[in-house]
Design a binder for this molecule. Structure first.
Ligand SMILES: [Fe+2]
Ligand SMILES: [Fe+2]
Length: 147
């Protein structure tokens, strides 16, 4: 049976790939590539956050009763911190502003890198443990949201 940890970790890797290709495109002023890869990065990351906040975290909170001070609350707060930076990246793509894109991307990854590590090492394993045999049903919901 596929775990939440494996599935969501795989999505992190996939999303990171778009970020790397977008950063390379921004570096070389390859605007069509930046629009495609950067646009896909933003769309997939936003969808990934929706999967967490809309499906997985509520299931965790329901099972454990940890709502206010638990790990999912911390993850939600970090998602909120990312939102204005994602807007800046979107604006930089539209404006063909390679330097602005790289600056915003760097700021994002200062949050996103440790965030993903915390999810992979703590949040997702706790989720797998908390939801038990409900994991398959939750993953089916998550996959239905995939782009
Ligand atoms: Fe997250
Ligand atoms: Fe995540």
């Amino acid at each position: 049976m596929t775990s939440i940890t494996d599935t969501m970790q795989h999505d992190h890797v996939l999303i990171d790939g778009y970020a790397e290709r977008a950063a390379a495109a921004a570096e070389t002023s390859a605007w069509p590539d930046l629009e495609r890869e950067g646009g896909e990065f933003l769309r997939r990351l936003r969808r990934h956050i929706e999967m967490e906040e809309g499906v997985l975290f509520p299931a965790f909170e329901e099972r454990t009763g940890m709502v206010q001070a638990g790990p999912s609350a911390q993850m939600r707060m970090e998602h909120t911190q990312m939102q204005p930076i994602l807007e800046q990246m979107q604006a930089a793509i539209s404006a063909h502003d390679g330097a602005g894109y790289r600056r915003a991307s760097q700021a994002l990854f200062e949050i996103l890198l440790p965030h993903n590590q915390k999810e992979e090492q703590m949040m997702y394993p706790m989720l797998d443990q908390a939801v038990g045999d409900q994991a398959s049903a939750l993953l089916a919901q998550v996959r239905a949201m995939a782009i």
